[in-house]
Design a protein around this ligand. Structure first.
Ligand SMILES: [Fe+2]
Length: 273
């Protein structure tokens, strides 16, 4: 199934396009190439979300640095004739003090609207305090967006950990590369299941470079068409991330609990006995 005329108006809420800030773009040429790929593949708005870990070194000026770097990149891209829009943000390592960091202005929300915050979990496990952080953020009017849950080993084993987090007020964001198989079959299966069970709602590139992890959503969008149908796939790459960068309320259907294929097989074999 192909969208007539290709993907248009997509909004990418997770990228590492700011040059020299982290393990993403290493130069302004990298950033330019990443932005060009994004624009040519149907993305209209990019949120620059460099990694920030507030538990590490002092990050007091991080928000200010990201804002001015995003502005500088926007001006450079415009001078090169690119019309794509760059907004500031952060990908923040989960932290028990996240609410305080937001309230005192150290942590930056997606697009700097004061509403949605991109949160990264450790790759191995979901810290025990995660659900209470999600709950305290959502009680205070913030909405945590969990970055690439399909890449967390513990969620890959038990996707229903996302059910708990979504019920507590989180939104899930899967990586475009996970859907196109860049991280292997198992990660792809989990990413598809998270979208299908409404345990994840947004697809973003998590773009790091012009080549190995580009800023593009069109290929993942075509996978999503098969997994969730056209309307839901468009919501995942355009409508929900569009509402996120505008700081608008996002209405989501209730999640379902993930049912493992192994259990399906077990019960259906049992049922024929
Ligand atoms: Fe990232």
């Amino acid at each position: 199934m192909k969208l007539e005329g290709g993907l248009k108006g997509a909004v990418d809420v997770h990228t590492h396009i700011l040059p020299g800030m982290d393990d993403g773009a290493q130069s302004i040429e990298d950033a330019r190439a990443m932005a060009r790929t994004a624009e040519e593949s149907g993305t209209q708005v990019i949120v620059a979300t460099p990694h920030v870990d507030f538990a590490g070194a002092k990050q007091a000026r991080a928000a200010e640095i990201v804002r001015s770097s995003a502005d500088a990149l926007q001006s450079a891209l415009a001078s090169w004739g690119l019309s794509i829009r760059i907004l500031p943000g952060m990908e923040i390592a989960i932290d028990p003090h996240l609410l305080d960091l937001l309230r005192n202005g150290e942590a930056l929300t997606i697009g700097d609207t004061g509403k949605f915050i991109l949160v990264e979990l450790p790759f191995q496990q979901v810290p025990a305090y995660t659900e209470s952080v999600v709950f305290s953020l959502s009680s205070a009017g913030y909405i945590p967006v969990i970055a690439h849950p399909e890449r967390c080993v513990e969620i890959e084993r038990e996707p229903n950990l996302m059910y708990q987090l979504v019920r507590a007020g989180a939104i899930g964001q899967v990586n475009a590369g996970s859907l196109t198989g860049a991280f292997g079959r198992s990660t792809r299966r989990v990413a598809e299941a998270l979208l299908r069970y409404r345990l994840a709602h947004v697809i973003a590139s998590d773009g790091h470079s012009p080549t190995s992890r580009p800023c593009r959503l069109d290929q993942a969008f075509h996978t999503a068409l098969q997994v969730m149908g056209r309307d839901a796939a468009l919501r995942a790459v355009r409508d929900i991330p569009g509402a996120i960068v505008r700081g608008e309320t996002v209405r989501l259907e209730d999640p379902e609990r993930h049912v493992s294929r192994r259990w399906f097989m077990f019960w259906s074999v049992g049922g024929h006995r």
